[in-house]
Design a protein around this ligand. Sequence first.
Ligand SMILES: *[C@@H]1O[C@H](CO)[C@@H](O)[C@H](O)[C@H]1NC(C)=O
Ligand SMILES: *[C@@H]1O[C@H](CO)[C@@H](O)[C@H](O)[C@H]1NC(C)=O
Length: 392
Amino acid sequence: MASKRMASGPAITILVVTAMAVVLHRTTVRAAASVPAVAAPPATKLPRPPALFVFGDSIVDPGNNNAITTLVRCNFPPYGQDFPGHNATGRFSNGKVPSDILASRLGIKEYVPAYLGTELSHFDLLTGVSFASGGCGFDPLTAELVLCVLTTTPYVRGFQLTSSIHQSVLTMDNQLDLFKEYKGKLERIAGAPRAADIVSTSLYMVVTGTDDLANTYFTTPFRRDYDLQSYIEFVVQCAVDFIQKLYGQGARRINIAGAPPIGCVPSQRTNAGGLERDCVALYNQAAVVFNAALEKEIKRLNGSEALPGSVLKYIDLYTPLLDMIQRPDAYGFDVTNRGCCGTGVFEVTLMCNRYTAHACRDPSKFLFWDTYHLTERGYNLLMAQIINRYGL
Ligand SMILES: *[C@@H]1O[C@H](CO)[C@@H](O)[C@H](O)[C@H]1NC(C)=O
Ligand SMILES: *[C@@H]1O[C@H](CO)[C@@H](O)[C@H](O)[C@H]1NC(C)=O
């Protein structure tokens, strides 16, 4: 299954747009002098979760896409250049991704491994894995459309796909199916009672939804039978369905990230921001509307009669990330409107490789690693703000 074939035709680009992530890393905040101080974490203290389970897209995919037939992958340099051993594990950054940072802050472990494609130790299985798959969304169509984005994105028009790979990435339902399979493995190594305890007391992190808006709605024509408002309602309903199904599988503590300021992400500035590559106001507005609707639903479901015992948190990524984009100096960044890889205006996944693009000299001066994903330092600072606000 694992297609190791890397598109040798570097002329292929994928616009992988994704959602941004959840919780933060205070201790590794570097040059953090200037990070704005935030109120102390909320007092409510839940016991430390035994494991972290992760669902979503490329923000938290540690390499699941390496093991499926898709072009949405990045298991080659310069990705991973600042990871231990310069290992390009398939994480969409130069180093750690938000799920790693959160697990580390929780004192669980330093890295959350991909469920697919690697041999997992008992320790890995007992302390949590990631099912996330770059390019997916709450809308099941998004996982299938990720390749269509290739041909509708202005700067890749005219390039020929040199591969016949046309398979979808993992949908959120596919990820849930893998979780069911995982639970069987967990029972076999830990026994049924302990496995049930791990499932019900662990933390679940869900980060997706951005590709639904940025790719599926704004870039491809396939959801144009919806107007923006009704598409947003549809995606929020998909998110609610997912949360209910995850609860049905035993999850109780679930953190769900909202959308980032999609319009200010480098790829969207390039696509729709005009010659000046301005932030795209409409896209940011869509993210704001989506986030408000998602937060409302999460509050309604939290601890409700429909989901007794649930502890659901909406995590606002929009506010801290927009602040980082707008006030680079406050965070010690030189550049926040383009990525570190290559020119920084169009390189993402396949176009960010060692043959076509060099990484910038000092990634810690950049908020974005490629045109969609943050640098490790960017993720650390984002997660630090989130943990400050929401606690662990
Ligand atoms: C690189 O990462 C992969 C996937 O996480 C892992 O299987 C492999 O052992 C790592 N290699 C090194 C040298 O760390
Ligand atoms: C969720 O419900 C719990 C009580 O069950 C409450 O302590 C918490 O503040 C609620 N969280 C949100 C985000 O509303």
